[in-house]
Design a protein around this ligand. Structure first.
Ligand SMILES: [Fe+2]
Ligand SMILES: [Fe+2]
Length: 298
């Protein structure tokens, strides 16, 4: 028999996913189509060829990643549905909608600046390994297997690694670079919105893993093992060719958009450490306390 949470009025409105659902309905409703890219179109022409290439290299990763995560989130929604976690499922309805909009946003940007060619050649092998193989496998497994282990592997790969380590860092640095040169306001506006949406997504993953560890404490070690396996991908993706770097007045190696070499890995590890710290404390907490944990990292 179906457990009707809404009919029985047992829905937990204080649960973190339900609170994220409320936030998403307020903040996740921006429309990529409403963003004005007319200035971006002009600014694009002001960039040097090397800067244009850096923008395209980065956008190719973003758009590919957003498309992949849109496609791959469905098994997670089905898994929480099978478990009868209506609060989680309510939140995830907004998640899928947002990921599709993120992919759409970059597609509109490329269209506006007049880039219409296939960008697949810009995706590195390590990127392909993650998004063509590791991520869809971890997520697809949830269709058959909703065990704590399978849910945890999926959330670590998707939310903590792909969104937390890679996307969040990528967006942060790209945004910093664009702010310095003060160009392409439409692109910046969209990335600001995406960053806020992604904060909720990563927050959801961090909550879910805490819940799983709370129910099965030995799983914390599995989080660390899984991340160890994935970290070489982050290293490969953040590495830059020396030929792409310049030296600034302070002797620092920087990209054409002014992003300092090595800084992104540093930032990624700092964010990751903070999240592992939250996860490590889940063992001794009650579910109520986990629901109270502030998991949005700005
Ligand atoms: Fe996204
Ligand atoms: Fe996301």
């Amino acid at each position: 028999m179906r457990e009707y949470a809404m009919v029985k009025q047992t829905i937990n409105k204080d649960s973190l996913p339900y609170k994220l659902y409320q936030k998403a309905k307020r903040h996740g409703v921006w429309n990529p189509v409403d963003i004005d890219f007319s200035q971006d179109k002009e600014d694009w022409q002001k960039l040097s060829q090397v800067q244009q290439q850096e923008v395209l290299d980065t956008i190719a990763l973003f758009i590919g990643g957003e498309e992949a995560v849109t496609e791959d989130i469905l098994p997670m929604i089905m898994a929480v549905s099978k478990k009868g976690w209506f609060e989680e499922e309510s939140y995830l309805t907004t998640f899928l909608f947002e990921e599709a909009k993120h992919a759409e946003f970059f597609s509109l940007f490329l269209e506006e600046i007049g880039v219409t060619n296939d960008l697949s050649h810009l995706l590195k092998p390590a990127y392909r390994q993650l998004f063509d193989d590791i991520l869809p496998n971890a997520m697809g497994r949830l269709l058959e297997d909703q065990s704590h282990e399978a849910m945890l592997d999926a959330a670590v790969t998707y939310n903590i690694f792909a969104e937390g380590v890679l996307a969040e860092t990528g967006y942060w640095f790209f945004y910093e670079g664009l702010s310095k040169i003060n160009l392409m306001p439409g692109l910046m506006e969209g990335i600001r919105n995406i960053k806020r949406d992604e904060g909720r997504h990563i927050g959801f993953g961090t909550f879910l893993i805490q819940r799983l560890i709370h129910e099965k404490p030995e799983l914390f070690d599995r989080v660390q093992e899984r991340l160890q396996e994935l970290l070489p991908i982050a290293v490969a993706l953040t590495a830059r060719d020396d030929s792409d770097l310049n030296v600034n007045e302070d002797g620092k190696h920087i990209t054409s958009l002014g992003i300092e070499e090595g800084k992104s890995m540093e930032y990624a590890l700092k964010q990751l450490t903070a999240r592992i710290e939250v996860l490590s404390r889940a063992k001794g907490k009650t579910l109520e306390e986990i629901n109270e944990t502030d998991v949005i990292f700005e």
